[in-house]
Design a protein around this ligand. Structure first.
Ligand code: SF4
Length: 371
C-alpha cells in the first residue's frame, strides 16, 4: 500500500479550495446538506443552491416542517430530485429520532434516507472530528490510480478492497484529509487527462509507473444509451395560464410539477423507446387529432392545437429524452375551471407563477422561452 496522506495534506494546505461555502462551517446540518447536493452535481452548480437552501431552511427543524413543494422549488434545476425528497425525510428522522442532532455513529447516520457510508463518514469527520474514511468519486479515483486497482470499480469485490484502502490511508485528521483527497481528485487527479507532470504523488503513483493514468479506473459499460421520445403538452386557457400536473413521488422528476406528457405510440403517456426521433416526433394531421382526443378523454378538455416547438434533448444517466412541446389552447375557457377541480394532481398557473414551482429543467426551459 502506497502512503499518500502526508503528501495530500501538504498539497491541500497550499492549494485546497478553502473558500468553498461548506468549508466555513462545522455545523452538521450545513455539512450534510452540502454532501447531499454534491452527490452527482458539480461544485460550481451547487454553490448558489446551497446558499439559497440554507437561507430559506437553515436547520433540521425548518427542513423537516417545510412544505414539500417549497423543498422541491429550492432544489429545482439541481436534478436527481429523489435527493431532495430523501433530504426532507432525513431531517424529519433527525428531529423525531435523534433529538434534532445528526447521529454521532456511522451506523445510526446510515439509517437516514439518502445517507450512505461515504456521506455519513464525511459529516462525522468534519462535524464531530471522527477518523472516518470517505469513498466518493474523487477519493475512489485517487485510490484506484495511486494503488493501481485494476478491477471493475463498481464491483462489490473492488469496492470492499477500496474501503479497506481508504480506512488504512485516512489520516487522524480525517476532516482535512477527506477534503484534501476530494480536492486532489477534482484539481489534479482528474477523471480525464490527470495532471501527472505536476502531481506531487507522481513518483509513488503505481498507475503512472505502469503508464495507466488515463486507463484507470476501468470503464465498464453495461448499458447502451437508450433513446426515448415524448411530447409535452402546453395547454393554455384564455388568460394565458398553463396547466401543470404534479408527478407522483417516486421515479424521475418525482414530486415536481410538469407539463402533461403524451405520445401517440405509447400505451400510456410515458416516454417510449425510439430510434428515429424526428419521425417519432413528427407533426401532422393525425398527431393533432390524437392530441385533441387525448385532452378530451384524459382531462375532459376541448383544445385547439396551435403548433409544435423545435426538437429538444435532455440527457439522463441511462437514457436520452427527445421531446417537443405541443402548444394548445382551450376552445372553451370554463372547461379550464372544471379540470382544476377534477384533476387533483393538476393546477392552472400564470407563466410567472409556474416558474416559481419545483420544475424539471427541460420544462423550466420550455416555459421560460415562451413565458
Ligand atoms: S501521477 Fe497522475 S494518476 Fe497518479 S495520482 Fe498523480 S495525477 Fe493521479
Amino acid at each position: 500500500m502506497i502512503p499518500i496522506a502526508d503528501t495530500l495534506l501538504a498539497w491541500y494546505a497550499e492549494n485546497g479550495r478553502h473558500d468553498l461555502p461548506w468549508r466555513q462551517t462545522r455545523d452538521s446540518y450545513a455539512l450534510w446538506l452540502a454532501e447531499i447536493m454534491l452527490q452527482q452535481t458539480q461544485v460550481e452548480t451547487v454553490k448558489p443552491y446551497y446558499s439559497g437552501f440554507l437561507q430559506a431552511l437553515p436547520g433540521w427543524e425548518a427542513l423537516a416542517r417545510a412544505p414539500q413543494d417549497q423543498v422541491l422549488a429550492l432544489w429545482s434545476g439541481l436534478g436527481y430530485y429523489a435527493r431532495a425528497r430523501n433530504a426532507q425525510r432525513a431531517a424529519q428522522k433527525v428531529v423525531a429520532d435523534f433529538a434534532g442532532r445528526f447521529p454521532d455513529t456511522r451506523e445510526a447516520a446510515e439509517t437516514l434516507p439518502g445517507v450512505g457510508r461515504s456521506t455519513a463518514a464525511a459529516v462525522l469527520a468534519s462535524a464531530y472530528a471522527q477518523q472516518q474514511a470517505i469513498l466518493d468519486a474523487n477519493a475512489r479515483r485517487v485510490l484506484i490510480r495511486t494503488q493501481a486497482v485494476h478491477g471493475d470499480p463498481k464491483s462489490t469485490r473492488t469496492l470492499q478492497h477500496l474501503w479497506k484502502l481508504a480506512e488504512a490511508l485516512t489520516a487522524a485528521d480525517a476532516h482535512s484529509y477527506n477534503q484534501a483527497i476530494q480536492d486532489f481528485g477534482a484539481l489534479i487527479c482528474m477523471p480525464r487527462h490527470p495532471r501527472c507532470p505536476e502531481c506531487p504523488l507522481q513518483c509513488r503513483c503505481r498507475a503512472y509507473a505502469e503508464g495507466l493514468s488515463e486507463q484507470l479506473p476501468l470503464r465498464i459499460r453495461k448499458y447502451g444509451t437508450q433513446e426515448r421520445c415524448v411530447f409535452f403538452l402546453r395547454i393554455e386557457d384564455g388568460d394565458g395560464r398553463v396547466f401543470l400536473e404534479k408527478r407522483p413521488d417516486s421515479g424521475i422528476w418525482g414530486g415536481l410539477w410538469c407539463l402533461p406528457q403524451f405520445h401517440p405510440q405509447g400505451a400510456s403517456e410515458q416516454p417510449v423507446p425510439c430510434t428515429a426521433q424526428h419521425d417519432a416526433l413528427a407533426d401532422g394531421d393525425a398527431l393533432r387529432e390524437q392530441v385533441r382526443r387525448f385532452c378530451a378523454t384524459q382531462y375532459g378538455l376541448a383544445v385547439e392545437v396551435q403548433g409544435l416547438t423545435a426538437f429538444y434533448k435532455h440527457v439522463f444517466t441511462h437514457f436520452q429524452l427527445h421531446f417537443r412541446c405541443i402548444r394548445t389552447c382551450l376552445q372553451d375557457d370554463e372547461q379550464g375551471m372544471k379540470v382544476a377541480d377534477q384533476a387533483l394532481s393538476g393546477r392552472w398557473y400564470a407563466p410567472e407563477a409556474a416558474l416559481a414551482k419545483g420544475l424539471p429543467t427541460p420544462i423550466r426551459r420550455m416555459l421560460s422561452q415562451s413565458a
